[in-house]
Each structure stands twice: as C-alpha cells, then as structure tokens.
Design a protein around this ligand. Sequence first.
Ligand code: ZN
Length: 170
Amino acid sequence: MNLWDVKGVPHKGWKCEGVIDVGDGTSSSDEIEYEQCEMCGNEKIRYVHIMKHANYFRELRVGCVCAEKMSGDYENPRKIENALKNKLLRKKNYLRKPWKYNPAKGTYSKKYKGMYITLVRGRYDSWGIYCDKYRLWQVRGQKIKELKAAEALAFELYELCHRRQETMVA
Ligand SMILES: [Zn+2]
C-alpha cells in the first residue's frame, strides 16, 4: 500500500527517531532481510529511517527518499545513511584482517590500525574483548558466548577507542 495516497496520513512534519541498518551482523548480502518502505511500499530498504509524527498513531519505517519528503530535510537523512555505509566499509576492512591464534593462551589477537585487539577466553565458555585500556566482558548483563559476536563487538570497541584517539589529536 502507498500511504502517500491515503487521506489523513500526514505528508509533512515527521521527525526522524533514528536510522538502522537491518543488514548489520550479516556476512553476505543474501542473508539480509530487507524491509519494505512503509510509506510508499516500493523501496526495498536496508537502511530503515524510523519516523514519528504527533498526529499519527504509530511510527513508520521508511526509506531515505520518503524520509526526506516526510521530514522536509533533504540533507540529514542521506548524511546519516552515508555514515552508516562508511561504518560498514570500515567493518568489512576490519574483518578482512585475520586474527592470530595463540594456542598457549587460547587468545585471538590482531593489530589493526595501530591498535591491539584481543579476544580472551573467559570462564564459563564466554569471551572477553581487550582493546587499548578497555575491557568488555558482557553486553547488557549477558556474557559474550559466540566468537563471532565477540569479533563484531571488538569492532565496536575498537571504533570507540579509535574515535577517542582522533578527538585527542584534534
Ligand atoms: Zn518510500
């Protein structure tokens, strides 16, 4: 259905509550469960813009083109989407660099852009992540069980350290 045609659905004055990448955490594009734009029904979207309106009963998950029209903002939706795309490229690059396994310690580590990242096997079959002076052993109270999850989280931690360093230089 195309909500642009439905009378009573506001066309303007929508606010963006955030943009999410529904492909995050997938390793190939075949795995991605693309969404359909809820406003126009056409766009097959990977980057979902969450839109809210005071006179509409629920939020809508839409593509970039509709998000621009709905908010009247023709700059930021694209900018946010590009920032997510850039992050994705950085992540791909990061994942390409292989880990070095240390059999004595049971750790995986790599030096990436001048920073040491180590995945440490903890007690109870969980993983810990060391990056710079930061240590991460759980996410929202949950232990990190999968090596793949630890690898992805290590990237987030690396980005956090990396950006911190950049601000310190600036
Ligand atoms: Zn749309």
